[in-house]
Design a protein around this ligand. Structure first.
Ligand code: MG
Length: 344
């Protein structure tokens, strides 16, 4: 297999603010994996939060390319596993290759990936739409703009959490989920915030405390009136046992897990442990989002809106109407360049 990689800049529709900072665009590496005239596509939406950068992703591709040139893409799950120990971390880069392997495999037999995995593409929960941190007026405008979505995910963990929730509740009574992105540094403060959120029709809270504070999370879970989901605290299947009893559910992302294979292992692990599953994303093009969406019928909550936050999506794949995702019928991931152009 021949691996090549190309860099693309994704411009965001609006500045995007989380507890850890603001961005106006994202620049990622995209891969092509070619063998026997068939090309699989992948995206590496790297995240500095996990020690990833454009340079580290490119370094991983340079290291993986000679190995991949000796592999057959037909054994895609073994190839994906063999890449795993190749570098510490770098899961976004591994996810890009893993999704390209799956895309290639589906295309080679002319079957959509979800069919190849035995997944019925119906019954996908409606995706939440994410609202970044902002002033009360900005929040009210964003909530009005998101009218078509039945569920909102509200980012908190900044300086004005209550102003944000009051602004949301001044314009809508639809269900909301809260993501603090590790922004509440103290467990008493987190409990106070969660108690208050429980009076404002919030479904659950994601990553209230900084990752790694599992003793504090166990304390919080015992007292929390709302269910608690791990995001930054969970990346890989091997993290799952530590989180059982500490969180009610986890947020699985292909870019954190290293692709479709480890994400499937996380899904099966959660089911064994009786934990709930959210399928989430980074800010990604429709390539990465469509790869994740192939697994969406297997989960309880969907948060796959990263492609909706960018202005000029270079790809087309999964479609979203009123928050309901429809998987493409094309073979493999079913993704193609926007406007029918070439990958370049
Ligand atoms: Mg999150």
């Amino acid at each position: 297999m021949k691996l090549t990689w190309t860099r693309k800049r994704l411009t965001l529709r609006h500045p995007w603010t989380l507890a850890r900072g603001t961005s106006v665009s994202k620049e990622y590496w995209f891969v092509e994996l070619e063998h026997d005239g068939i090309t699989g596509l992948g995206e590496a939406a790297h995240n500095p939060r996990y020690g990833e950068s454009l340079d580290s992703v490119e370094a991983f591709f340079s290291e993986a390319a000679p190995f991949l040139s000796t592999c057959s893409p037909g054994s895609f799950s073994q190839v994906s596993e063999q890449l795993d120990p190749m570098a510490g971390g770098q899961f976004a880069a591994k996810a890009a290759i893993d999704m390209a392997l799956h895309d290639w495999a589906g295309k080679s037999i002319g079957v959509p990936l979800h069919r190849m995995l035995g997944i019925d593409p119906v019954g996908i929960p409606a995706t939440a739409y994410s609202i970044g941190i902002g002033t009360g007026e900005e929040i009210r405008n964003k909530v009005r703009d998101a009218e078509e979505f039945s569920v909102l995910k509200i980012k908190l963990g900044g300086e004005n959490d209550r102003e944000i929730i009051n602004a949301v509740r001044s314009v809508t009574d639809k269900p909301i989920r809260v993501d603090a992105n590790e922004g509440w540094t103290d467990r008493e403060l987190a409990l106070k915030n969660i108690d208050w959120l429980s009076e404002n029709q919030v479904e659950f809270v994601e990553q209230p405390l900084p990752a790694g504070r599992l003793d504090d999370m166990a304390w919080l879970k015992e007292r929390s009136p709302l269910r608690l989901f791990a995001d930054e605290d969970v990346r890989r299947p091997e993290h799952l046992l530590d989180l059982h009893g500490v969180y009610d559910g986890i947020n699985i992302k292909l870019m954190k897990a290293g692709g479709i294979q480890p994400a499937l292992r996380l899904i099966h692990g959660c089911r064994c442990l009786g934990m709930e599953i959210m399928l989430g994303c980074m800010i990604e093009s429709s390539l990465g989002i469509t790869a994740a969406a192939q697994l969406a019928p297997l989960v309880d909550y969907v948060d796959l809106d990263g492609n909706l936050l960018i202005a000029h999506d270079p790809f087309e794949g999964v479609s979203c109407s009123r928050g309901l995702l429809t998987l493409p019928n094309g073979s493999g991931l079913g993704v193609r360049p926007a406007g029918g152009g070439d990958m370049q």
